[in-house]
Design a protein around this ligand. Structure first.
Ligand SMILES: [Zn+2]
Length: 112
């Protein structure tokens, strides 16, 4: 028997976790997978500009991840890196960065 909350194993006869007070289960559920997100690369460049782009997205409320190739470079901030965002944020991000790949020339943001 296992506590699904704290994952403590109990011997037969126990029905509740003495720590959590929750009912024990016969089998532990599988480790909860981290929420799966589809990431898309929206920027490729060096680590330095990737960090700038990522910070800009953060300031816009868009969560982003920097995928660093991890290549040891003479210039630590100039190694290749990519900025990735959730698939669902892709359009928003591209609009925010003004780099829509659809070839739209009329970016209203430009006039601000
Ligand atoms: Zn417990």
């Amino acid at each position: 028997m296992y506590c699904p909350s704290c994952r403590t194993e109990y011997r037969e006869g126990f029905t509740r976790c003495s720590d959590c007070g929750v009912e024990l289960v016969n089998d532990l559920p599988l480790e909860q997978e981290p929420e799966y997100v589809d990431l898309v690369t929206i920027y490729k460049g060096n680590s330095n500009s990737a960090a700038v782009t990522s910070a800009r997205l953060t300031s816009l409320g868009i969560e982003s991840w920097i995928k660093d190739e991890g290549i040891q470079c003479v210039f630590p901030n100039l190694g290749p890196a990519e900025v990735q965002v959730c698939m669902q944020d892709k359009e928003l991000t591209l609009q925010a960065l003004g780099t829509t790949t659809t070839g739209a020339e009329s970016l209203d943001e430009e006039t601000v």
